[in-house]
Design a protein around this ligand. Structure first.
Ligand code: NAD
Ligand code: MG
Length: 392
């Protein structure tokens, strides 16, 4: 049995992971879960899967433990941020699915890295924020990092086995082609984007996802975060990565080789495929995903991203190039701006505007210390809140 800890069990990735685990229950045992909101769902998960541990926020710990007991469930509650890190590093698990959204996932994901786990990374913000520090810790503690983000998982599947040891030149890889659906506002002008609502922004044409990543997909910030994620995961500069809009979301990304070959990974847009791939790697398991019917789709199309209407892609590229704390600052400002947009305190176009101004006003420093990174994250959040206040 492979013992699995699932951080962010109540989220969209969490639900997809539980579905794959349930289909393969002879091979996988869920030993730990975490949840932050929607604790009734976490309770149902505990009753169904009977994990050893469940991590919840401090204030909810005692009543949650009582509810578990009342339900005859022996799951032990771990409380607050320390409990979450303890859960991530628990010696009784073989792999950790990092599916918390945003910077909140950094410390628990790093705890799993430091415990040398096999980590299935969905929480891209953790890697974007801490970049070199994160990758150094992976090396130092002998952890294994497997990408769950569909694009990075696709690239991982299209790279040769020796890529990690031989790098670009040694493996003949020229470029990565990161595909993007373009989100719900593909083809829209800045003028049209001015008045879009949160409900329109979270209605993604192809994927069903959590709210934050849905807004990120609509602004193209998700692709910006993924560009940075790819630079760290595959150790290459942004100049080697092209973003291609592919509205059908059937090709999940591609690798372009020296000899002109381009390898792509295809499949229906369903996160259970990359999750199942990373769970079983290097083997293959059932994911519950229906077979790809190419004839039904008929046409696969491609276009260039409109960086004038969607500046987030450029902002992410610039932040990566600035290095140090810049990506963490960008990520923090984005989390604040997305929340403000969802609460209807700012308009859609003010999301990139906030990011641009926070980046302009922040001092970028080297990001070789975790405490410093966390305090820069807090500073960028404060600054973003001030800028958002001034919009009124
Ligand atoms: P979601 O909002 O559906 O779920 C987020 C999870 O994180 C929930 O379990 C929630 O309880 C937990 N959480 C939220 N705030 C927390 C906090 N402060 N402390 C601890 N836990 C907290 O999000 P999602 O769509 O499942 O995305 C999760 C991650 O996976 C994100 O980083 C996202 O970018 C990435 N991802 C998601 C998809 C997708 O299809 N949903 C695809 C690729 C990558
Ligand atoms: Mg993705």
């Amino acid at each position: 049995m492979i013992r699995v800890t699932l951080l962010g069990a109540t989220g969209s990735i969490g639900q997809s992971t539980l579905d794959v685990l349930a289909r393969n229950s002879e091979a996988y045992q869920l030993v730990g879960v975490s949840g932050h909101q929607r604790l009734q769902e976490l309770l149902d998960i505990c009753i169904r899967f009977q994990p050893f541990y469940a991590s919840v926020p401090e204030a909810a710990a005692n009543p949650f433990q009582q509810q578990l007991r009342d339900a005859g469930c022996r799951t032990e509650v771990l409380a607050g941020p320390a409990g979450l890190e303890q859960l991530a590093a628990e010696p009784g698990s073989d792999l950790v699915v990092a599916a918390i959204v945003g910077a909140a996932g950094l410390l628990p994901t790093l705890a799993a890295v430091k415990a040398g786990k096999r980590i299935l990374l969905a929480n891209k913000e953790a890697l974007v924020m801490s970049g070199a520090l994160f990758m150094d810790a992976v090396q130092q503690h002998g952890a294994t990092l497997l990408p769950v983000d569909s694009e990075h998982n696709a690239i991982f599947q299209c790279l040769p086995d020796h890529f990690a040891s031989q790098g670009l030149a040694g493996s003949g890889v020229e470029r990565l082609l990161l595909t993007a659906s373009g989100g719900p506002f593909r083809g829209w002008s800045r003028e049209q984007l001015q008045s879009v609502t949160p409900a329109q922004a979270v209605a993604h044409p192809n994927w069903s996802m959590g709210q934050k990543i849905s807004v990120d997909s609509a602004t193209l910030m998700n692709k910006g975060l993924e560009l940075i994620e790819a630079c760290w995961l595959f150790n290459l500069p942004p100049s080697r990565i092209d973003v291609v809009i592919h509205p059908q979301s059937i090709i999940h990304s591609m690798v372009s080789y020296r000899d002109g070959s381009v390898l792509a990974q295809l499949g229906n847009p369903d996160m259970r495929t990359p999750i199942a791939h990373a769970l079983a790697w290097p083997e293959r398991i059932h994911a519950g995903v229906s077979p790809l019917d190419l004839v039904k789709y008929g046409t696969l199309s491609f276009e260039a991203p409109d960086e004038a209407a969607f500046p987030c892609l450029r902002l992410a590229r610039e932040a990566f190039q600035a290095g140090g704390t810049a990506p963490a600052i960008l990520n923090a400002a984005n989390e604040v701006a997305v929340t403000a947009f969802l609460e209807r305190r700012i308009g859609f176009l003010q999301i990139p505007e906030t990011l641009e101004r926070v980046l302009q006003l922040s001092k970028v420093c080297p990001a070789n210390d975790l405490q410093l990174l966390l305090s820069e994250d807090q500073l960028a959040r404060q600054l973003a809140r001030q800028i958002i206040e001034q919009f009124h």
